[in-house]
Design a protein around this ligand. Structure first.
Ligand code: ADP
Length: 163
C-alpha cells in the first residue's frame, strides 16, 4: 500500500485581531492542505493591540469547527518553526499589488534562509480585499460597528479592550 504524506501548511501572521479576510484565506488553505497550522507571531516590529494569548483565543474560537486547524504561538524565525514542525509550505494572503513587494521580499528571504521553504499566495474573496486588522482597529477605536469585518469573538474583544 502506498502511504501518501499528509500535506501540511503554516499560515503565519499577527492576527491582531483575526478578520474575515484571514478566515477566507484559512478556508481556502484547508481545501488545499490536509491540515493548517496558524502561527501567531508573538512579537514583531509593530506593537500589537492584543496579547498573543488573546489573539490565539480569538482564532481558536473562530476556527473551532475545523479539526484540521491548529493555532499556536510563533516566536523567533519562521524558518526555525518550519524546521521544528517539519512543514515547509507557508501560506500568505495577497490582497492587492500593495501587498506584493513586502510579501515577495519575505518569501525570497525565507527561501534564502531555508531552501525547502515554499510560499503559497492565496487571494481572498473580492469583498475582503480592502480588509486589514489595522483598518478594523481604527473603525473600532472611533466607535464604528466592526461586526461585518471580524468574527464575533474578535468583535467582542475589540469592544472590551477599547471601552
Ligand atoms: P502580518 O503578518 O503582515 O502582520 P496579518 O497578520 O495582518 O499580517 O496577516 C497575515 C497574512 O494574511 C498576510 O499575508 C496578509 O497579507 C494576509 N491578510 C491580511 N488580511 C487579509 C485579507 N483581508 N485578505 C487576504 N489576506 C489577508
Amino acid at each position: 500500500m502506498i502511504m501518501e504524506k499528509k500535506r501540511r501548511a503554516i499560515y503565519p501572521g499577527s492576527f491582531d485581531p483575526v478578520t474575515f479576510g484571514h478566515l477566507d484565506v484559512i478556508a481556502r488553505a484547508t481545501h488545499l492542505f490536509d491540515s493548517v497550522i496558524i502561527a501567531v507571531a508573538v512579537s514583531e516590529g509593530k506593537v500589537p493591540l492584543f496579547s498573543v494569548e488573546d489573539r490565539i483565543q480569538m482564532l481558536k474560537e473562530s476556527t473551532s469547527d475545523n479539526p484540521a486547524i491548529e493555532v499556536v504561538p510563533l516566536s523567533g524565525l519562521l524558518v526555525d518553526f518550519a524546521c521544528e514542525h517539519d512543514v515547509f509550505t507557508v501560506i500568505r494572503g495577497l490582497r492587492a499589488v500593495s501587498d506584493f513587494e513586502f510579501e515577495f521580499q519575505m518569501a525570497l528571504m525565507n527561501r534564502k534562509l531555508e531552501a525547502r521553504l515554499e510560499t503559497v499566495f492565496l487571494t481572498p474573496k473580492e469583498d475582503y480585499t480592502y480588509l486589514s486588522s489595522r483598518i478594523v482597529k481604527e473603525v473600532a477605536r472611533l466607535g464604528g460597528d466592526v461586526s461585518p469585518f471580524v468574527p464575533a469573538p474578535a468583535a467582542r474583544k475589540l469592544r472590551e479592550i477599547l471601552k
